[in-house]
Design a protein around this ligand. Structure first.
Ligand SMILES: Cc1cc2nc3c(=O)[nH]c(=O)nc-3n(C[C@H](O)[C@H](O)[C@H](O)COP(=O)(O)OP(=O)(O)OC[C@H]3O[C@@H](n4cnc5c(N)ncnc54)[C@H](O)[C@@H]3O)c2cc1C
Length: 465
């Protein structure tokens, strides 16, 4: 039997992007009878955070995450610990509780119905994984794809390498369940999850010499000190992104200039990274990561055998009881950008460089306030996530260009200045300072040469207009 439900929007994916879109749409649409059906194959809201490893935190300030109507973390500053003075970064239980609260409010408004544990199967139809019941929405209902760029996480992705009998391999989530210390840990991955795992192990007293780090690619990471909500800090960083692009004569030169300005970090200063996904890293984490001396760079891992790791470019021996911690999954997807509004769907993607929650929130706002799809696509274009250095530059170029287009719309600009998700805002009433004036002056003078430089570095035509 199929149940027909009454909805104007079917949002497929109740993770960060689906929640941010729904929140902005309902907060700004004039038609107060607009209804949203929120569907997810998971049993709750919050997306991948529901299955994340327990010691994960946002890699950047809580203010930049969540939905536009509700500040996550209250804008609090850390008072203790190695990041004292920086903004709080929510942990997994806080993020999940936040989304549960937001959902409660949405549902109690009477405008959102939540369908947990349901799989969207196309053609406006979804099926409960628990009861088998089928649901369908009317043809007029807009489908919102809120999972196009959803991350794969190690807990739900089988290892990309083979595991021979007798070899010990766990996903990063299982680290907290270890009850017998191995003589060696092998951490596999080059991204944020791997750095989190190593920091966690060292924080539990594991000797750095007992950690082997399989790091197929060297990453550039953003310096967390500079991705902070204070306008002087964030806009100062934007000014450096632009002036460095204008001056750089190659991709490597660009990232080295960003390192000199304190924006980018790399773990091993003797190597030139080839990966730039854009997570932020604290300087205290960098110090810890640099204590790992056994780093294996033999390409991708092919097979784990007891006492041996086989790579594309060679083989190494490890302890017979080595525990391999799989931290390698496609955390950020690199599918091609598609127009956000198409006949078939609204496909949520970042709009500014990175910042998926802001992108989805802006999309919800634009959906609520603009009439035609052509008008919506004209003011709200997608930007990809980073991966290679070229990808990162392209992301920065498109994100900066999109920021300019959005800022030219007075209502959007006014709204963006009120929304903490927007890292580039100057909150109403924020005091001017010489540092802020300097950042704004530099952005003013360096935007055109910076965009031209980014286009040159990305190998694409310079932006027009
Ligand atoms: C460990 C980690 C830390 C991160 N930290 C940050 C951070 O600090 N700041 C930041 O901006 N970004 C961060 N990210 C990036 C990440 O892209 C964002 O966190 C964001 O949550 C992604 O949201 P999403 O809605 O795209 O995906 P998800 O949160 O994965 O939500 C998509 C949902 O769609 C559902 N779904 C998919 N297909 C179907 C279907 N057919 N039917 C029903 N449901 C379906 C899935 O079950 C899932 O719940 C992090 C990512 C990871 C992995």
């Amino acid at each position: 039997m199929t149940t027909r439900i009454d909805a104007d929007y079917l949002v497929v994916g109740a993770g960060a992007t689906g929640m941010a879109f729904t929140d902005s749409l309902l907060g700004h649409t004039e038609d107060r009878s607009t209804k949203v059906a929120l569907v997810d194959r998971r049993q709750g809201v919050g997306g991948h955070w529901l299955e994340a490893y327990s010691f994960v935190r946002l890699h950047q300030s809580s203010s930049f995450y969540g939905v536009a109507s509700t500040l996550l973390g209250g804008g609090r500053i850390q008072e203790h610990g190695p990041e004292a003075g920086l903004h709080e970064r929510a942990d997994q239980p806080t993020i999940c509780a936040y989304y549960a609260d937001v959902l409660d409010r949405m549902v109690s408004s009477g405008r959102v119905e939540h369908y947990p544990g349901c799989e969207y199967v196309g053609d406006g139809t979804f099926v409960s994984r628990v009861s088998g019941r089928r649901y369908e929405v009317p043809e007029s209902c807009r489908i919102v794809d809120a999972h196009y760029l959803a991350p794969d996480i190690p807990a739900e992705t089988p290892p990309y390498f083979a595991v021979a009998d007798g070899a010990r391999v766990i996903p990063v989530n299982d680290l907290v369940r270890i009850d017998h210390a191995p003589s060696e840990y092998v951490v596999v991955g080059s991204g944020k999850t791997a750095t989190d795992a190593i920091v966690w192990l060292l924080g539990r007293g594991v000797d750095p010499d007992d950690v082997c780090w399989v790091r197929p690619r060297e990453p550039w990471m953003l310096n967390r000190d500079r991705i902070q909500p204070e306008p002087e800090i964030f806009l100062g960083m934007v000014a450096d992104l632009l002036s460095s692009a204008a001056a750089a004569d190659s991709l490597d030169d660009y990232f080295l200039r960003l390192e000199d300005s304190g924006t980018m970090l790399r773990i091993d200063r003797s190597l030139t990274p080839t990966m730039a996904k854009g997570p932020t890293l604290g300087s205290w984490e960098l110090e810890l990561l640099r204590t790992i001396s056994r780093v294996v760079r033999l390409g991708h891992l092919r097979e784990v055998r007891p006492g041996r790791l086989e790579f594309a470019e060679g083989t190494i021996n490890v302890a017979a009881d080595a525990l391999v911690v799989n931290c390698a999954a496609d955390g950020l997807k690199n599918k091609p950008p598609v127009p956000i509004w198409r006949d078939s769907a609204i496909t949520l993607q970042p709009v500014r460089a990175g910042f998926p929650c802001l992108g989805a929130a802006v999309t919800g706002y634009v959906e609520a306030t603009r009439a035609s799809d052509a008008d919506k696509n004209a003011v709200c274009a997608p930007s990809p996530y980073g991966n290679t250095l070229t990808d990162w530059v392209q992301m920065t170029l498109l994100g900066t260009r999109n920021a300019g287009v959005l800022a030219a719309e007075p209502d959007i600009q006014a709204w963006l200045q009120r929304v903490p998700l927007n890292p580039a805002r100057i909150p109403p009433g924020h005091d001017r300072s010489p540092a802020l004036d300097d950042a704004l002056d530099r952005i003013m003078s360096d935007t055109a040469p910076g965009l031209a430089g980014l286009a040159r570095l990305a190998g694409v035509p310079p932006p027009t207009g």
